[in-house]
Design a protein around this ligand. Structure first.
Ligand code: 4AD
Ligand code: MG
Length: 462
C-alpha cells in the first residue's frame, strides 16, 4: 500500500518518486501551473500537487479533473514555497480514476450547512468536518477498548435481539417475522407470539446491561460496546433511535467505586483524543465550538463535582422561574435542569446521585430511606446527561418487589433474578452514550452529525 497523505506530509523533500492517492478538494489554475489539493481522509490537510503546464501536455485529462475526482499522482516531494505546507508534490503523471462532474457533484468548494450535508450523508465524509468527526470517533473507540483492556475488563458481546426490556421503559422496536396483514391470533383473540420467529415477543435491545451483569457475576469486570435502539419519539439534538453505548459492569463494587471508574474512564478517553487527534481538535476548537480542546483539557485536570439529587433540586428550585419546567423534589430532571447544574452551579462535569426511585429503573439499589436509589448520572456542559448508572439491587426480595411495583412481571426476568439467587454480590455499572461522548468532545451541536447514518423518528435514509 502506498503512503497515506498524512505520512507524505511528514516526509522530508527528496528525489524519490512517491505516489499520492486521493480525491481532489480544490483545483486552481494559472497560466503556467495547475494546483490540485488532494485529500485522502487521513488528516485534515491535503497534499498540494503542482502540475507544470509546460511539461504536462495532456490538457484534455486535466480539464476532466474537478473537485471530487479520484486521482493517483506520482512525482517527487519538494519543499513548498507556499506558507501552508512544508512539502508539495511536483507531479509527473496522473491517473484519473473517477470523475466528479462539476455540474452535478453535490459537494462544491463552498461551505455547506450541516443540514444540507445530512441530506447527502453518503458523501459528507468527504468534508473537513465529517472527516474530522470520523477520525475522532475511531480514536475514541480505540481509547475505550484500550482503557478497559489495561484495567482487566473483558469485552462481552451482548445480544442485539432481546426478549427482555432492560430499562423496563417500553421504548423498544419490535422484531417479528409476522406478516402484518395476517397476524396469528390465539383462540382468545390476542396476538399469538408463540407462532412468531422466536416463539415469544422480541425486540431490539435498549441496553446490554442485564446480559452484561451475568458475565460480571462470573468474570468480575466486564464491558459491552455495541449498538442500542430506542423508540423514544424525542426529536432533540441529543437523541437517536440507534446509538452506541459502552456499559462496564463491576462485581464487588458499590456506587463509590462506580463513580471513580466513570470519572477515570472519561478522563482517560478525553486525554487520548487530545494527545492523538490534536489537528482535528484544533479544527473543532476554531470552527465548531470555540476552545473546545482547552475545555476538555481543563476537564481532564479537574475533579468532577458531586451532588445528591436532593441537593441538586434545592439549587434548581432557587431558579425555578427561569425554567420551562419548574422543578420540585420528585421531578425527573430535564435537559435545561441538567445543563443549569453543570454549567451554572458546578461549572464543569458533575455526578448527581441518589435519585427518587420513581424516576429510575427497577434494577437500581434501594437506599435505606426507602425513597431514593443508588443511581448516578454524569452531567456535562452543553449536553446534560452523558452517563447513567447505578449500584444494582443485589437483594432478591427487594428487587422482586421493585419490579412488581413498577408493573414488570418478575417471571419475564427469571434468569436475571437467578443472579441474586446464586452467588449474589454488590455490583455496579454505568452506560456511556458513545455518540453523546463524541458530541461533547468535538463540540458538534447535533448528535445526527457525529454518527455516519443517523436514525431518528422519520429518518432512516441511506
Ligand atoms: O441512562 P441510560 O438509559 O442507562 C442505561 O441504559 C443503563 N442500562 C446503563 C447502565 O447502567 N449500564 O442510558 C445511558 C446513556 C445516557 O446517559 C446517554 O448518554 C445515552 O446512553 N443515551 C442516548 N444517546 C443517544 N440517543 C438516545 N436516545 C439515548 N438514550 C440514552
Ligand atoms: Mg439515563
Amino acid at each position: 500500500m502506498n503512503d497515506r497523505i498524512s505520512q507524505l506530509l511528514k516526509r522530508t523533500p527528496g528525489a524519490a518518486v512517491v505516489t499520492a492517492e486521493g480525491w481532489v478538494r480544490t483545483k486552481r489554475e494559472s497560466k503556467n501551473v495547475c494546483f490540485l489539493e488532494i485529500n485522502d481522509g487521513s488528516c485534515l490537510k491535503g497534499l498540494q500537487a503542482v502540475v507544470d503546464l509546460a511539461d504536462f501536455t495532456d490538457g484534455p485529462l486535466l480539464a476532466r479533473i474537478t473537485t471530487g475526482a479520484a486521482l493517483t499522482c506520482t512525482g517527487t516531494l519538494v519543499a513548498s514555497p507556499g506558507e501552508n505546507q512544508e512539502v508539495e508534490l511536483r507531479v509527473e503523471s496522473i491517473t484519473l480514476h473517477g470523475e466528479a462532474p462539476a455540474d452535478s457533484y453535490p459537494l462544491q468548494k463552498k461551505r455547506h450547512t450541516l443540514e444540507y450535508l445530512r441530506e447527502i450523508a453518503h458523501l459528507r465524509a468527504r468534508t473537513n468536518t465529517m472527516g474530522a468527526v470520523a477520525r475522532v470517533r475511531h480514536a475514541v473507540s480505540y481509547a475505550v477498548h484500550s482503557y478497559f483492556n489495561e484495567k482487566g475488563f473483558y469485552y462481552v458481546h451482548t445480544p442485539i435481539i432481546s426478549t427482555s426490556d432492560a430499562e423496563g421503559a417500553g421504548e423498544q422496536f419490535q422484531v417479528t417475522t409476522f406478516d402484518l396483514d395476517a397476524i396469528p391470533r390465539t383462540p382468545e383473540g390476542t396476538i399469538d407470539y408463540a407462532a412468531d420467529f422466536f416463539g415469544k415477543k422480541a425486540a431490539l435491545t435498549v441496553s446490554g446491561q442485564l446480559q452484561g451483569e451475568t458475565y460480571a457475576l462470573a468474570l468480575k469486570n466486564i464491558y459491552t460496546f455495541g449498538p442500542t435502539f430506542r423508540a423514544e419519539n424525542s426529536n432533540t439534538k441529543r437523541h437517536l433511535s440507534e446509538f452506541w453505548m459502552i456499559e462496564p459492569e463491576m462485581s464487588f463494587c458499590t456506587l463509590e467505586g462506580n463513580m471513580t471508574v466513570a470519572e477515570e474512564f472519561l478522563k482517560s478517553v478525553f486525554s487520548y483524543v487530545l494527545d492523538h487527534c490534536a489537528d482535528d481538535m484544533a479544527f473543532f476548537s476554531q470552527w465548531v465550538e470555540k476552545g473546545v480542546a482547552d475545555t476538555l483539557r481543563t476537564v481532564v485536570d479537574t475533579p468532577f463535582a458531586h451532588m445528591t439529587y436532593t441537593d441538586a433540586v434545592a439549587e434548581l428550585v432557587k431558579s425555578n422561574d427561569t425554567f420551562d419546567f419548574p422543578v420540585h423534589w420528585g421531578s425527573d430532571l430535564q435537559t435545561e435542569h441538567e445543563r443549569f447544574l453543570t454549567e451554572q452551579v458546578c461549572k464543569g462535569p458533575v455526578i448527581v446521585t441518589d435519585y427518587p426511585k420513581e424516576i429510575k429503573a427497577f434494577y437500581m439499589k434501594l437506599n435505606d430511606d426507602g425513597k431514593t436509589v443508588r443511581a448516578m448520572d454524569v452531567l456535562v456542559p452543553r449536553l446534560g446527561e452523558i452517563i447513567g448508572g447505578s449500584e444494582r439491587e443485589s437483594r432478591l426480595d427487594v428487587l422482586t418487589t421493585r419490579m412488581t411495583d413498577l408493573g414488570l412481571d418478575p417471571s419475564d426476568y427469571w434468569w436475571y433474578l437467578d443472579l441474586r439467587r446464586f452467588g449474589s454480590v454488590p455490583h455496579a455499572g454505568f452506560g456511556l452514550g458513545f455518540d453523546r461522548a463524541i458530541q461533547y468532545i468535538t463540540g458538534m451541536q447535533n448528535i445526527r452529525d457525529v454518527i455516519p447514518f443517523p436514525r431518528a423518528a422519520k429518518q432512516a435514509e441511506f
